[in-house]
Design a protein around this ligand. Structure first.
Ligand SMILES: [Zn+2]
Length: 133
């Protein structure tokens, strides 16, 4: 699956819905697991807890028994202009991706049609620190 196809897959799950003043589904994510399957998710925003689209997609992947991924992307569409944006993952999602399997540090995060970074490039100082002398 190409990065463009993964971006399109993430776009397909966009479904913005406002419930009780909270916006859900305006960010979509798609992740290609090491098993070759694609998992999708959208963001959820409740007063008690919020979940990014990426972690929503990873939850589906983990539910299927997979913990490693090849690449991930999240997108948001501006309703006013119809333009699609690729969003970089937030810090919580970056750490989550690392913590579900350390091997994911080598996985790719899609940041645009031609812009891709390894997860480790997006998490400086991820290693456990040495004790103070
Ligand atoms: Zn996030």
């Amino acid at each position: 699956m190409t990065n463009e196809e993964l971006i399109q897959t993430a776009e397909k799950v966009l479904n913005p819905v406002t419930k009780d003043g909270r916006l859900h589904g305006d960010v979509g994510a798609a992740v290609l697991g090491k098993n070759g399957k694609v998992y999708v998710g959208t963001c959820v925003d409740t007063p008690s807890w919020g979940l990014c689209a990426e972690r929503s997609a990873f939850a589906a992947m983990i539910t299927d028994g997979e913990y490693k991924f090849d690449k991930v992307v999240a997108v948001w569409k501006d309703d006013k202009t119809g333009k699609l944006y690729v969003l970089p993952p937030c810090g919580v999602c970056r750490e989550f991706m690392r913590q579900i399997d350390q091997g994911n540090l080598e996985s790719e995060v899609i940041l645009g049609k031609t812009d891709v970074k390894k997860l480790m490039e997006l998490i400086p100082y991820y290693e456990w620190p040495a004790p103070l002398e």
